[in-house]
Design a protein around this ligand. Sequence first.
Ligand SMILES: [Zn+2]
Length: 240
Amino acid sequence: MNVKDVLCCREYGPCGKLLGNQLVIPVFVSTPRRSWNQAEIDDVFKQLYEARNQLYSCAMLYRINVIIEYAYFSFKVSVSHRTDGQWLTELLKCHFGRDSLSELSYYYAKDFGKDGCAFLFFFKSKARSFACNATSNHPYWVDERAEISVDFASNEGVAFTILHELLHLYGAVDLYYPTQVKEEAAKHYPNSVMYRYLGWEIDSLNAYLIGWTDTLDQTAQDFINVFDNVKSFSPPSVGI
Ligand SMILES: [Zn+2]
């Protein structure tokens, strides 16, 4: 797929536009090897509130109304190996009685009277956090999902990771991969949350992708036009 098409397509996020009243459900997934306790969940909630504050600050700059409400679940799954996605199948089936995450999101959005619903899955581990979206060619892709790993040796960056992965669910794309995208982002969007670790800005391209603007501004156009004829093997959809 052409990189330019990937970068300006608004259809990738499983959760639609990041507008109006949104329900975000953190799910704390305990595995046989690592389980969550309440104090740790409370700690993550501080990071969730921080991420929400940062999001609200960005929304104000775009004059966007968005309200995020959190609800949460805590579950134990029998699968200890995360990467094959089996934990999600088990969790959906055993705890929610559903076949897919999108079905579950739709149910909760409706039940809570919200415009949309996003799930964030938290694991206690040092592994990489990532979001797989609908177009991902991740070999173990099961459903649209965001996994966030929390290593309690260092809480640094958890709020940033939450915001970054949450934006993916609403269609934001990574700007640090592949290399040419990264090089251009360094020029156009050096402080974007989708470009660099602990960058907190929502750049104008991603603002368009998540539904905060309806047109690409000049910076976004200049940025994507660089990729007119650039091919890539995979969309920039799996990241930090
Ligand atoms: Zn990413």
